[in-house]
Structure formats: C-alpha cells, structure tokens
Design a protein around this ligand. Structure first.
Ligand SMILES: [Zn+2]
Length: 136
C-alpha cells in the first residue's frame, strides 16, 4: 500500500495493538521511521508535561501515542531528520461481527496535531476509520 517497508511496519503495529504484548500494552501504537531508525510509542494511562503543554483542555493530559513517540524520537533524530521522517499511528477495533479486528480511527487530535507541527513532521500515516490517509 505504502511500499514494503511501511506496510510491514503497519502490519506489525496492528498485531501489537491487538495483542497488547509485553512491549505494547496500549491499543494505539505509533511509530516514527527515518532511514534505519524506527522508534515506537503507545498511548499511556499516565500524564506528561509534554501532553499538557499542547493540550487546550487541562483535564486531558494522558499521553497520546503521537506525543509518546515524538518525545522518544527526539533522542535520536534532529529537526531536519524529523522533517523527512514518517509518523504512523495505528489502532485496532472490533468489527461489527464481534470477531474480527479491523483498523480503527487514528486521526490525530488537535493536541497531537500541534505537537506534530512543532516537531516539523509532515509525513503522517493514519486511518480515518474508513481508509488509510498518507499526508505528505
Ligand atoms: Zn492525540
């Protein structure tokens, strides 16, 4: 869909989202990929000062997957590299048949949008609930 590299990352993130394994306990999985560097993140039931900084609503301070991965990626990538990197956000949801898992909506919220813009990230892959969206 987006090339072999991204397709395999997206598949891996989707499976992690369903399984909630030891590494990924959350259901929203994020990734920032640039060349050989791949950093993963997840939503957390924890608060963060970074989330708080971008949030307009002071009661919504739990870490979103986008904020988590941006915070981590900044340890490995500078602003110019982040501008060329791709941010991917994936979650699963149960389909109407109550058996199969399908991709859920991961359109970034306004808080994450502000953090994405601030980090210089322009390439973003998410699912809008119907289709994948690739902004670039
Ligand atoms: Zn968000």
């Amino acid at each position: 869909m987006f090339g072999q590299k991204y397709d395999s990352i997206i598949r891996r993130m989707f499976i992690a989202s369903v399984k909630k394994d030891k590494i990924f306990r959350a259901s929203v999985i994020s990734c920032i990929a640039y060349k050989k560097i791949t950093v993963f993140g997840e939503n957390k039931n924890k608060t963060s000062t970074v989330q708080h900084k971008y949030s307009k609503d002071s009661s919504r301070v739990h870490i979103h997957a986008e904020i988590d991965v941006i915070t981590k990626a900044k340890q490995f990538l500078d602003k110019d590299e982040l501008a060329k990197a791709t941010l991917i956000v994936i979650r699963h949801k149960l389909s109407d048949d109550d058996v199969t898992y399908i991709y859920g909506n991961t359109t970034p919220c306004s808080t994450c949008r502000a953090a994405i813009n601030d980090a210089n990230i322009v390439k973003v892959i998410y699912h809008d609930g119907t289709n994948f969206v690739f902004e670039e």
